[in-house]
Design a protein around this ligand. Structure first.
Ligand code: SAM
Length: 667
């Protein structure tokens, strides 16, 4: 029964992960369909053998994701009958796939234990045309050269000369080349003649390092340092050992395994994804991959991010191919340049625009803003709308909003004035405009429901922002709650707007996304959008947290100060992050609710520290400035770990030159 099940999963893997992603070589598809991947993974991971991800094998190494193996074999362009060198045997799986097509495979592995296990597994699976030896693959296998094809399954700093020289004329060498921990380019080097080689770049990938004479030196790369593990108590060591068995590891964000995650998300109406810092590239890229899958495979209708409504509205116009008037303001201008104005977000916005180009206008996926810091931009947008659809109402709204006009240069001044006795605040005036707009929904419907939504949301923003700024100096009042409640109401309004059964993705900081009741914020009476979603949607909300240990982050030292690329301090030993780091994995998904392991969940229920970095990072006072206490399994339904991460890539004005006027990132 079980074997049958695995055979069916293998077939599905070939269809969904390989053929669907554009590999159509019958030889490659046939080979991927013939090799039983479960025979090459550790026994306790057999169930996961056909997941769309790499998996851990012995000695801290990995068996590559099926698609990567297929892509590399495809790039080798084997016709049958070749002599092939395979560097980095690992589990022996790729060697087996190669052996289905080639006449003979010479596979070389530097770690004895792996080479032995792989040779055994290959023989047991009937692959008598694979010879495995222990050695340094950067030097090739001179006795068996020349080779028609060479496959290298570990990342090299440069193309090793010995491998080039051991290629037959016309032979192909496929290997990842690039910095040790920042990901590599998959290259194909073809030997044209005795001295001529052609090199093509095929894809961005991330592999473990190729260690050897013509490769990297053996060191303890980030994420594989086991001093963190050694520092743990016996109880925590057992917990980390168990975590290592149940997490779904990945070598890079580009390989983050999606299939099982999508199953766990199931039919959730809202998926909320966090970040433990605003300035980390991997957090944006991981959320983008997941969001794309939610849009493409589950038909999500909109996404909403921790940016102000009117600013994100401009992005929305762009991704929806809408006609939009030129405005004097620039999108995201209030945010530090690195929070949304970065390469990572730009890439996603371009993808969404392209995706939408193939959809009917009513089916296009929208992008909206959750935050409330731009009341004056909202007022301008409302007045522009009313000038167009109802000039009489525009005059009324203008008169009401005049109340706030004196504070336009510095909204926080409104709070200082409001703290004085006898100050006649503008709460009722701004509420009047919202009420009047809502009362005219029917009348304004003819001008388009999207435009009406935009106007009403802007009016709601003004109402909440007025209260926010008015109460910001009032110690008795918690403006955090006001802000997160506004965020939640915005989400609810969007679900209502997109109609029954509509679904949305939320991107905001972990501090908004992780259920506040599971953190020390509870004692301050603080709630957040994650908590409100759980209370309202129960299991239909899926909360995902993201965290990291080391690397760099884009952040400022204080409000109003310029962005710096700062080095992250290692996480504190009392933190959840420390446990994650001690697994030694580069990255993983840790299910904490559906599909999660009860023992791991129980082990993680003892509360610990969690790290939160926002727009500002102060490593000098890290413990006081950036840690909070939480119970992770109650805070999130899933946790995504990225051990080593890099700062976002900021945009500069040169890169925006020549962009169309509609482009969302004004500078
Ligand atoms: N192809 C393998 C499979 O199907 O399981 C996965 C290979 S794993 C991503 C990379 C392997 O390369 C590791 O087992 C590592 O020990 C090995 N390796 C690293 N440097 C090497 C070298 N210089 N020579 C041989 N093997 C090496």
């Amino acid at each position: 029964m079980m074997e049958l099940d695995l055979a069916a999963r293998r077939e599905a893997m070939v269809d969904y992960q390989i053929r669907n992603r554009g590999i159509d070589s019958p030889r490659v598809l046939d080979a991927m369909g013939r090799v039983a991947r479960e025979a090459f993974v550790p026994n306790d991971l057999r169930e996961m053998a056909y997941n769309d991800s790499p998996l851990p094998i012995a000695a801290g190494q990995t068996i590559s994701q099926p698609f990567i193996v297929a892509m590399m074999v495809d790039a080798l362009d084997l016709k049958g009958g070749e002599r092939v060198l395979d560097v980095g045997t690992g589990s022996g799986y790729a060697a087996a796939v190669l052996a289905c097509i080639a006449q003979k495979v010479y596979s070389i592995e530097r770690i004895n234990e792996l080479a032995e296990q792989a040779q055994k597994a290959l023989l047991a699976e009937g692959f008598s045309n694979v010879e495995v030896k222990v050695g340094d693959g950067t030097l090739g296998w001179p006795e068996a050269a020349p080779f028609d094809a060479i496959n290298v399954a570990a990342g090299a700093p440069v193309v090793p000369e010995a491998l080039r020289q051991q290629l037959a004329i016309g032979g192909r060498l496929v290997l990842p080349v690039g910095p040790e921990h920042a990901g590599q380019q998959l290259l194909r080097v073809t030997r044209i003649s005795e001295d001529e080689f052609e090199t093509e770049s095929l894809a961005a990938v991330r592999f473990v390092p190729l260690i050897g004479a013509a490769g990297w030196k053996e060191t303890n790369p980030p994420g594989r340092d086991n001093s963190a593990y050694q520092a743990l108590s016996a109880e925590d060591k057992a917990l980390v050992d168990k975590m290592k068995q149940v997490v779904e590891p990945f070598a890079s964000v580009d390989e983050l395994p999606l299939q099982a995650l999508l199953e766990r998300i199931g039919d959730s109406r809202v998926v909320l994804m966090g970040e433990s810092s605003h300035g980390t590239s991997e957090f944006y890229r991981a959320r983008q991959r997941i969001t794309r899958a939610l849009i493409e495979e589950k038909g999500f209708d909109f996404m909403v991010i921790e940016g102000d409504w009117p600013n994100v509205a401009r992005i929305n116009n762009y991704v929806q191919h809408a006609e939009c008037p030129q405005t004097e303001w620039t999108a995201f201008a209030r945010f530090p340049t690195w929070m949304w104005r970065n390469q990572e977000v730009l890439g996603f916005i371009d993808w969404l625009r392209q995706y939408n180009a193939h959809q009917q206008p009513s089916e296009r996926v929208a992008m909206h803003g959750l935050d409330l810091y731009s009341p004056y931009q909202s007022i301008d947008a409302i007045l522009a709308y009313l000038d167009d659809v109802d000039p009489e109402m525009a005059a009324f709204a203008r008169e009401r909003y005049d109340c706030l006009a004196p504070f336009k240069p510095e909204a926080a001044n409104y709070g200082r004035w409001a703290a004085r006795r006898g100050f006649a605040h503008c709460g009722a005036a701004v509420q009047d405009v919202l009420d009047a707009l809502q009362a005219r929904q029917q009348t304004y419907a003819e001008h388009g429901s999207e435009r009406f939504l935009d106007a009403v949301q802007n009016a709601r923003l003004v109402v909440s922002a007025e209260a926010y700024y008015r109460l910001m100096y009032d110690d008795a009042y918690n403006t955090w709650n006001l802000r997160d409640t506004y965020m939640f109401e915005t989400l609810e309004a969007l679900l209502e707007h997109y109609g029954e059964g509509s679904r949305g993705v939320v991107w905001a900081h972990n501090s908004h996304i992780g259920d506040a009741r599971a953190t020390d914020r509870l004692q301050y009476g603080e709630l957040n959008i994650g908590q409100l979603c759980r209370e309202r949607f129960a299991d239909d909300a899926y909360l995902i947290g993201l965290g990291t240990n080391s690397g760099t982050v884009a952040a400022a030292s204080d409000w109003g100060e310029p962005m710096e690329i700062k080095t992250l301090k290692q996480v504190l030993p009392e933190s959840y992050e420390h446990l994650c780091h001690a697994t030694g994995y580069t990255g993983f998904l840790l299910p904490l609710a559906r599909g999660g392991d009860p023992d791991v969940r129980a082990g993680l229920m003892k509360s610990r520290l969690g790290r939160a970095i926002g727009v500002i990072y102060r490593p000098e006072t890290e413990r006081a400035s950036h840690y909070y206490e939480a119970t992770l399994p109650r805070q999130f339904d899933e946790y995504i770990w990225i051990d080593h991460s890099c700062a976002v890539t900021t945009l500069n004005s040169d890169e925006l030159e020549g962009m169309p006027d509609t482009y969302p990132f004004g500078l």
